[in-house]
Design a protein around this ligand. Sequence first.
Ligand code: SF4
Length: 318
Amino acid sequence: MAIEYLRLSLTDRCNLNCLYCTPQEKASFLKHEDLLRHEELARAAAAFARCGVKKIRLTGGEPLLRKNITGLVKMLKAVPGLKELAMTTNGVLLAPLAAELRAAGLDRVNVSLNSLNPAAYKRITGSDSLEAAWDGLMAALKAGFSEVKLNMVVMKGINDAEVPEFARLSMDFPVSVRFIEFFQTSARTAQLRDAYLSSAETRKRVEAAYGLLLQVPPGSTDGPAHVYQRRGAKGRLGFISGRSDYFCGACNRVRMDCTGRVYPCLFSPATHTLKDLLRAGTPEEALDDHIKKIFLVKSEYKRNSPTAGHIEMSDLGG
Ligand code: SF4
């Protein structure tokens, strides 16, 4: 499978503390000098693009915490060969930035929102910022992005009762609501071991509320989601089954964290780093050769377990 997709984490910091991620409980955060600078991120992106990457998704932590994020978006959008620049954000800081990010060249936005109920939102994220996140989503829908998606991690006994309400949003707004299966990623989230609810069960709940959903062929931007639509709905529904139906065969992505460490697979311990090469001013050809070796490692790696070892989601952005 050609590697055409880079998920690029811009920071390990976040303004939330979601139950399934808990970045605020990490031993420490990266120091400023550990982070790749904007021009280093742009040089890395250009190298990935020379090696076949066509789409970059900006993640975190919370990417909007990165200083001068609009300037960085402009730099990345100018990378030759890059077709698409997207972002996954928790939406809390998005409302005042949506229009300028769009103007800077950001094509698509995914907003991670796990509850529409202020008390449940606070329980899940540790924050009172549901209104700001909702305003961020609404601003994204107004800003003219080519697509806006809403990601909900479905957790049994925590927010699964809200599944019909979330599905309703895809009928009232031109948004793709995606239900993501929860899977444990670190010992810190052990209290969630019983929170797993399969996509099949989630879909049953939507159909119980709204009737049979029509399966639609996944578009080029749907990734691993199984996509459905309700007749007359403005938006669509997606089900992402990272646990019950993992999609390694179709995986076309690698990840790089904000220090330049490259992860061929979310589940593979193996990392490679570009930071020293970038800071040593390594010529483009040598940088590209290094990246091609990483792609080779990926093509040989086989995931052998439905759950993860220890992954710092806030370092990699999932
Ligand atoms: S899941 Fe995302 S928004 Fe939530 S704490 Fe982790 S990085 Fe922040």
